[in-house]
Design a binder for this molecule. Structure first.
Ligand SMILES: [Zn+2]
Ligand SMILES: [Zn+2]
Length: 434
């Protein structure tokens, strides 16, 4: 085991993006070839290929898929790992988010992708660690320049109240004040939601077919009825994503031939007791019956045989990772990534490279894809009709407005004058005579 870690580190240090070969021997041979090549090319003044991914620094080839982990953790929040979220970017320009767990919207923002391109979210099930950041993408993305509705796909439930449409409706109710407080003041085009609820019992059912991309759904087994897994096929490449599940026959069948297959892999039972303070009974149930144990993850992948198996849904620490890896390796010896946030997979028919992204934390709004617009004239009226909030309530009452402390008008007016002068267009101070 120790030898494998050393080799992997050597590869990362010296070789840049090296395709993961299938066996340790293949990997070693590929490495020695790459070493020889690198020695011939090295120079003290020329830049060499980097072995990390810097967002917005690499083109996607027309036949290439890039997958980025924007959340790989657990429902218990931590700064080091957001909860489940994987971004798929395709060479045709399409981008898809699979799950958007708590904390993942921050990770997404670090990639500096224009929000118009992040308009499609597929939710595998309605646990907060799989869709808890949807509201942040909805509201924050609208503010950060999304100029179109956010489109969401998610499963039905055993009853209507437990389906995705009901959950999204509830989220919009929750944000009613937020939205009422923005409508009429900013470009409101991005503050719309399109919800596509599909039957959770669909077995390899097509739920999306646009622009050469086909996404299918199949049932998963987790908690109560409703959870699903997804496959995405495009240009002969196949991405498979399992939201939470006990190992199930649908995944084993429909994930076959995947280029990259992502499946949950829970923290090993002893660590659930040691680190999560679970009782042994609770650890056994949660770690093997509600979720997929590492050994079971390995067994599933041994059957599916993807070009790259990706395990996520565990806290990846110095004292948990080896346990998970060792247990997976009792049942699976194929290509494996133990995911953590900002792991990046570039997938083509020839290669799958695995790297880590180096990202900005102090990000600002990414570029707009279309011209900025002022609020629409009918935005408030339309919002009122849709929500029942009276238009006259979408502003301050005389009582509250009467509390404005007027001495600051003097300094604020100067800011308006400054803007008018710099931009060469007159901005009238609110309330001043025309
Ligand atoms: Zn779950
Ligand atoms: Zn989960």
């Amino acid at each position: 085991m120790h030898g494998t870690i050393v080799l992997a580190t050597a590869a990362a240090l010296f070789m840049g993006s090296v395709p993961f070969a299938t066996s340790p021997t293949d990997r070693l041979l590929t490495m020695s070839r790459a070493h020889a090549q690198e020695a011939a090319e090295v120079s003290p003044v020329l830049a060499r290929p980097r072995d990390t991914y810097y967002p917005n620094s690499e083109d996607l080839a027309p036949d290439e898929m890039r997958v980025i982990a924007c959340g790989t953790g657990m429902p218990t929040t931590r700064a080091a790992q957001a909860a489940a979220c994987f971004l798929v970017e395709l060479g045709n320009g399409d981008k898809f988010l699979f799950d958007i767990g708590t904390g993942s919207a921050e990770r997404i923002s670090s990639l500096q992708i224009p929000y118009d391109y992040l308009d499609k979210v597929f939710i595998g099930h309605l646990h907060a660690d799989h869709f808890g950041s949807l509201g942040e993408l909805f509201i924050g993305g609208g503010i950060m320049g999304r100029q179109k509705p956010l489109r969401v796909w998610g499963p039905s439930g055993p009853v209507e109240e437990l389906g995705t449409a009901h959950a999204i409706e509830g989220m919009q109710q929750m944000y009613k004040w937020d939205l009422a407080g923005r409508v009429g003041m900013i470009d409101f085009r991005g503050f719309q939601l399109e919800v596509n609820e599909f039957d959770y019992k669909g077995e390899n059912a097509v739920i999306y077919d646009e622009n050469g991309v086909v996404i299918r759904s199949f049932p998963a087994i987790h908690a109560i009825d409703g959870p699903v897994s997804f496959s995405l096929e495009w240009e002969g490449l196949k991405f498979v994503y399992g939201s939470d599940s006990y190992p199930n026959k649908w995944f084993v069948e429909y994930a076959k031939d995947a280029d990259i297959a992502i499946h949950e892999c829970f923290i090993a039972v002893p660590d659930l007791v040691r680190k999560m303070r679970f009782t042994p009974e609770q650890a056994l149930t949660v770690g093997t019956q509600i979720h997929t144990a590492p050994e079971a993850f390995g067994k599933v992948m041994a059957e599916v045989q993807p070009r790259m198996a990706v395990a996520y849904h565990f806290f990846k620490d110095f004292d948990t990772t080896a346990e998970i890896n060792d247990r997976i390796r009792t049942t699976y010896d194929g290509p494996l990534s133990l995911a953590e946030d900002f792991m990046v997979w570039n997938v083509t028919k020839d290669d799958i490279t695995v790297r880590m992204a180096v990202v900005e934390e102090a990000t600002w709004a990414p570029p707009l894809t279309g011209e900025a617009q002022l609020p629409g004239e009918n935005d408030q009226k339309n919002f009122s009709e849709n929500t029942g909030v009276p238009v006259e309530q979408m502003t301050n009452s005389d009582f509250i407005a009467g509390g404005r402390w007027t001495p600051v008008d003097d300094v604020n007016r100067v800011i308006y004058e400054e803007a008018s002068e710099v931009i060469g267009r007159e901005f009238k101070y609110p309330g001043d005579a025309q």
